[in-house]
Write a new protein. Structure first.
Length: 236
């Protein structure tokens, strides 16, 4: 089963507060979630999908895409939500879990196929974030092979936990899944990459006239002027 944990979107992405107000952060988080779910919905022969959430918008999207919902009324955080959802899966006889975050809008179906292609009969597949520190996808078979502990530096602990099971652990780097959005630098990267996902279009709209975007543009113009002056001096 594919598990997508979704926290309360009304207060999502606090680390983007320096560049986006809360309504904008919520819209961006909703856009990223829809991008992820659209990719999952369009993936042929995929496992069942369940959103681990009690967020009203996420629950409505789950209905729209005919995905399951594992209620998460306490909203304690991603780690506790996945621990709870994993127990539900094991109790229901689910043999494997693939955890996908809700903030990787560039995810592609072929990347999901790659994960499944590399999945051992017993063992795990880990997909690191672009910085190599976070974990942006985790496949486990059996479903509760080892506990997942998400955070900024989760990849090394996850890899160590997977190795400790004595079962194969395959690490696969995938360009779309690698791009998550937690801070202004992540957002800038997302908007600079090719593509017209919902999150990219919305992010460009939200930041184009904002103070962060203006600051970046002024910095870039200043850099271009400085380069031009240096070039003139070099030709004298």
């Amino acid at each position: 089963m594919i598990l997508v944990p979704v926290k309360n979107l009304a207060s999502a992405k606090q680390r983007l507060a320096a560049v986006l107000d809360q309504p904008s952060r919520t819209r961006l988080a909703q856009g990223m979630l829809r991008d992820v779910l659209e990719t999952l919905h369009g993936w042929e022969n995929r496992p069942a999908v369940a959103l681990v959430t009690s967020d009203p918008y996420a629950v409505e999207l789950a209905r729209e895409y005919s995905f399951e919902v594992i209620p998460d009324p306490d909203n304690p955080g991603e780690t506790d939500a996945i621990e709870m959802a994993t127990r539900v899966c094991v109790e229901g006889g689910v043999e494997s879990t693939l955890v996908i975050p809700a903030d990787i809008p560039l995810i592609q179906a072929w990347e999901l196929e790659e994960i499944m292609k590399h999945a051992p009969e017993e063992g795990s597949v880990l997909v690191p974030a672009a910085d190599g520190r976070g974990t942006n996808a985790a496949f486990r078979r059996p479903a509760n092979l080892f506990p997942l502990r998400f955070g900024n530096d989760s990849f090394k602990p996850h890899y160590a936990a997977a190795q400790a099971t004595g079962k194969p652990c395959v690490v696969v780097s995938l360009p779309g899944i690698a791009v998550d959005v937690d801070n202004p630098g992540d957002l800038q990267q997302l908007l600079s990459l090719p593509g017209e996902t919902r999150a990219q279009r919305l992010g460009r709209e939200l930041t184009r006239t904002g103070p962060w975007w203006e600051t970046e543009e002024k910095h870039n113009r200043k850099g271009r002027k400085g380069s031009a002056k240096n070039a003139k001096k070099a030709t004298r």
